[in-house]
Design a protein around this ligand. Structure first.
Ligand SMILES: Cc1cc2nc3c(=O)[nH]c(=O)nc-3n(C[C@H](O)[C@H](O)[C@H](O)COP(=O)(O)OP(=O)(O)OC[C@H]3O[C@@H](n4cnc5c(N)ncnc54)[C@H](O)[C@@H]3O)c2cc1C
Length: 505
């Protein structure tokens, strides 16, 4: 079977690896616009902050003669009648099945002077790929000030990253409060105070209207309220848009993304599939890597098991109460802990009986709110408290019953009465999902440790746990430590063993 995959990012590369591993007859051509090997895009903000080396982002893949990878080559058009893709060098690639994994593009807001016919003004960037990260890093030594536009999760990560590199950062946000989709007024204020202590000034209810240049490079920005601000750098974190250009040009139905059914096939062409950020499945796209990786696995499974076109419907994440255990949002920033799950910020009560308890201490940058319904934690917001965040996210994702008085959910971790990591992992059921990005259960990790994996990296190689956002690596370390203490003779060697918190459990 001749398969062409367009896009060699996080999802396209995962799909190709899984497909050739499962189907001995598959012959795959992959067209990848980027010059790099596939890499972990999720950690790019950590690269900008200097905490992660760009070289360590490479995603594991096993080369095989049945996969032809064209790096730095774009697909230019799709001819569905002839069943071939034409690339930017003019080469034709015939296919029996075509998989679109073109991802998404950073949204560039309509700011006057931000770009010209040669691209973005020097000093202005987005953070979508490794080249963007290198460009930002290269500008840091000459820069004293930076403006970050957009105070969503990525905006906060970039702003704190640049501040930790010594820049005076202004975070500009159109809404009245930062992270308005996840945080309510009080939590946003506490977060704003914590950002100030890290060297980030937050300005809300305004946006950047003009990028002003001196000698061809950014020198200042003018905000919509007329304020001018000197700056050496502008990083736009204003959201992403699924990359549908090729699919549209080929006459495939597209809305926000490339429309696909539950089988991941286009309703207009049973030979064409879309997965990852570019796809718009019936349940909607999340823009998160876990969804794309699940789609890649599901499509390979269905091709391998039936040989027919499409995949089964995606697994149902929500329970009867509409609780989605995967709905945990974490800001990956040095010196700033913000985690929300389920109901947070301004949410609709609907028909449910909800009880919310909160503790706010702006002086030390701490805010904790829990929302309980029918004996379960259905939402929480935690700013500035790692221990509370790890306890609550463990309760939320495992849907554990909460104490009769929900105040204990807040007080217990604050009083240092949280369960130690070893107890917490020992209490998890084998089917508990430890790695949300790759859907890896505790049972699979324990089995890998039993098979001789002695470090977090060993477990990652064997199961893929920890290779996405990396939040679960401390849990994996705790599982290895528990196993080592139960089997003292077994080898274990890992720096992450000492990780104190159960982030992401
Ligand atoms: C800075 C940052 C932080 C993030 N943080 C998180 C996080 O914490 N958690 C999380 O779950 N997700 C996060 N994400 C989102 C996550 O990275 C994406 O969900 C994931 O990368 C989607 O994979 P994909 O393969 O669909 O798209 P991508 O990884 O974007 O890959 C698409 C590839 O297709 C290529 N391409 C496009 N058009 C063509 C063409 N015509 N021809 C050839 N190649 C083409 C692109 O160049 C790109 O290499 C983050 C993203 C960014 C940028």
């Amino acid at each position: 079977m001749k398969v062409v995959v367009i896009g060699h990012g996080m999802v396209g590369s995962r799909f190709v690896d899984d497909l050739v591993g499962r189907d001995p007859h598959a012959e795959v051509t992959v067209l990848g616009k980027e010059r790099h090997e596939p890499y972990n895009r999720v950690l790019l903000s950590s690269v900008v902050s200097g905490r992660t080396e760009p070289g360590s982002l490479a995603l594991p893949s096993a080369p095989t003669a049945r996969v032809r990878v064209l790096r730095g080559v774009s697909a230019a058009s799709i001819d569905r009648d002839a069943r071939e893709v034409v690339d930017s060098a003019g080469e034709h690639h015939p296919y029996e099945r075509l998989v679109l994994a073109t991802g998404s593009q950073a949204r560039v807001p309509g700011i006057q002077g931000v770009a010209n016919d040669r691209g973005l003004l020097p000093g202005v960037s987005v953070l979508k790929d490794l080249d963007d990260a290198h460009r930002i890093l290269a500008g840091i030594p000459q820069a004293r000030r930076a403006v970050v536009l957009g105070a969503g999760v990525l905006g906060l990560e970039v702003a704190t990253g640049l501040a930790s590199q010594g820049l005076a950062v202004t975070l500009v946000h159109h809404h009245g409060r930062l992270m308005e989709r996840q945080l309510g007024e009080a939590a946003a204020q506490v977060t704003t105070g914590s950002l100030r202590k890290l060297g980030v000034t937050v300005i809300t209810e305004t946006s950047v209207a003009h990028a002003l240049d001196r000698r061809g490079a950014l020198s200042a920005v003018r905000l919509t309220d007329g304020t001018e601000m000197l700056t050496d750098m502008l990083v736009m974190c204003a959201g992403t848009i699924p990359d549908t250009a090729l699919a549209r040009a080929a006459g495939l139905p597209c809305e926000r993304g490339v429309v696909v059914g539950a089988d991941l096939a286009s309703p207009a062409d049973a030979r064409v599939f879309a997965i990852g950020d570019c796809a718009q499945p019936p349940e909607g796209g999340t823009g998160l890597v876990a969804q794309g990786w699940e789609q890649a696995t599901r499509l390979v499974d269905s091709w391998a098991s039936t040989g027919t076109s499409g995949a089964d419907a995606p697994p149902e994440e929500r329970d009867a109460d509409g609780l989605d255990p995967t709905n945990v949002v974490r800001v990956k920033a040095a010196g700033l802990d913000v985690v929300t799950m389920g109901l947070s910020g301004k949410f609709e009560h609907g028909e449910r009986e909800l009880r919310a308890v909160r503790m706010s201490d702006p002086a030390i940058g701490r805010f904790v709110e829990v929302v309980v319904s029918h004996g379960l934690l259905v939402g929480a917001t935690v700013v500035g408290d790692k221990q509370a965040a790890s306890e609550l996210s463990a309760m939320y994702t495992r849907m554990l019953p909460v104490p009769a008085d929900p105040a204990h959910l807040i007080i217990r971790p604050l009083a240092g009465a949280a369960r130690p990591a070893a107890t917490a992992v020992a209490d998890m059921g084998d089917d508990h999902t430890v790695c949300q990005c790759n859907s890896v259960s505790k049972g699979r990790i324990v089995a890998a440790v039993g098979d001789g994996c002695a470090s977090v990296d060993d477990v990652a190689k064997a199961t893929r746990a920890g290779t996405g956002c990396g939040d679960c690596r401390s849990v994996v370390a705790a599982l290895i430590a528990v196993s080592a203490s139960e089997n003292p003779g077994s080898p274990s060697h890992d720096d992450e063993m000492s990780a104190p918190a159960l982030a992401g459990a």
